[in-house]
Design a protein around this ligand. Structure first.
Ligand code: NAD
Length: 297
């Protein structure tokens, strides 16, 4: 079913997601603080709105894809925000990676106005946002979820209702632990192999079909060998997620020894001026320790 969709947050992820929704036949109204991002989507057929409130007035489904909790709170709850314009019966889908606490707060505020709310963060990064094959992990009411299927499948391939409000972003926190610790483990292995002097490309071909093979390995080894650290998923964004992981874990009484070390690695990379790099740049932390570079022979 074709819908009137509002989209707020047209960055690395939001822009290709918006383009895919238009390709799927939905009518798009968009907003971003960055006017260049808005203009490029207007050229592609979207309508620009002057505020999140105006986006909501023109839409039945309003999607937010913003950096962090505070941006989503401002856009949804703030002055000229989504909830000032949203019609009763409309649905907000927050696809940003934020904390479960804030997701639940937003859902409660939306419910007071008769507006449905889903947290629906994604995994797969920019390549899968472009292909429209994102993994989408959803939290919220089942009927609300069913009512926006055509919109979610316009952006993703595996769309799973995990549970009630907050469950989607909780699944995303778990996802981020697995992805980033995978990159750290891979980095240790690559640096060991590089210093030992073996051919990294051959090693990669030798191990990728076994138990060490992974989506992370296939995505990041070629980037590292090309010395391409352009984000993708930036250190800044992943550091925000692992900070949320640690805060949430401590609040509910879960010690996370490996994730806490990972957070320190992110802080070291930030101090080293690599905050805007792709998280594949974790390898450069290990390269510095071992005084070696992972490269093609
Ligand atoms: P980004 O920084 O590229 O884009 C964010 C956009 O939001 C920008 O265009 C910015 O101008 C806009 N924005 C910020 N504050 C705003 C406001 N108050 N009003 C309107 N627009 C505002 O970020 P991204 O990489 O697209 O990530 C977005 C979300 O998706 C984050 O929560 C991130 O954790 C998550 N995510 C990112 C990736 C990735 O690989 N980049 C992968 C999965 C999930």
């Amino acid at each position: 079913m074709e819908r009137k969709v509002g989209f707020i947050g047209l960055g690395i992820m939001g822009k290709p997601m918006t383009l895919n929704l238009m390709k799927a036949g939905h009518t798009l109204t968009v907003f971003d603080l960055n006017q260049e991002a808005v203009s490029s989507l207007v050229e592609a057929g979207a309508t620009a709105a002057a505020s999140p409130k105006k986006v909501a007035e023109n839409s039945d489904v309003i999607i937010t894809m913003l950096p962090a909790s505070k941006h989503v709170q401002e856009v949804v709850l703030g002055e000229n925000g989504v909830l000032e314009g949203a019609k009763e019966g409309s649905v907000i889908i927050d696809m940003s990676s934020i904390t479960p606490e804030v997701s639940k707060e937003l859902a409660a505020e939306a419910a007071k106005k008769g507006v449905g709310m889903l947290d629906a963060p994604v995994s797969g990064g920019e390549p899968k946002a472009i292909d429209g094959t994102l993994a989408i992990m959803v939290g919220g009411n089942e009927d609300v979820f069913e009512s926006v299927q055509s919109v979610l499948y316009g952006m993703g391939k595996d769309v799973t209702l995990v549970g009630d409000n907050g469950c989607g972003v909780t699944a995303k926190l778990a996802n981020q632990i697995i992805v980033n610790l995978n990159i750290a483990a891979m980095s240790e292995a690559l640096v060991l192999a590089a210093k030992a002097g073996i051919n990294i490309e051959k090693m990669y071909q030798a191990i990728r079909g076994g138990l060490a093979g992974s989506t992370v390995l296939d995505a990041k080894v070629p980037m590292i060998l090309d010395r391409n650290f352009v984000a993708g998923g930036s250190i800044a964004i992943n550091m925000k997620d692992i900070t949320n992981v640690m805060d949430t874990a401590h609040e509910i009484g879960v010690p996370l020894p490996l994730s806490s070390q990972l957070l320190e690695i992110f802080h070291a990379l930030k101090v080293d001026g690599k905050i805007k790099d792709d998280h594949g740049s974790i390898v450069r932390y290990y390269e510095k320790l071992a005084n070696v570079e992972v490269k093609r022979v």
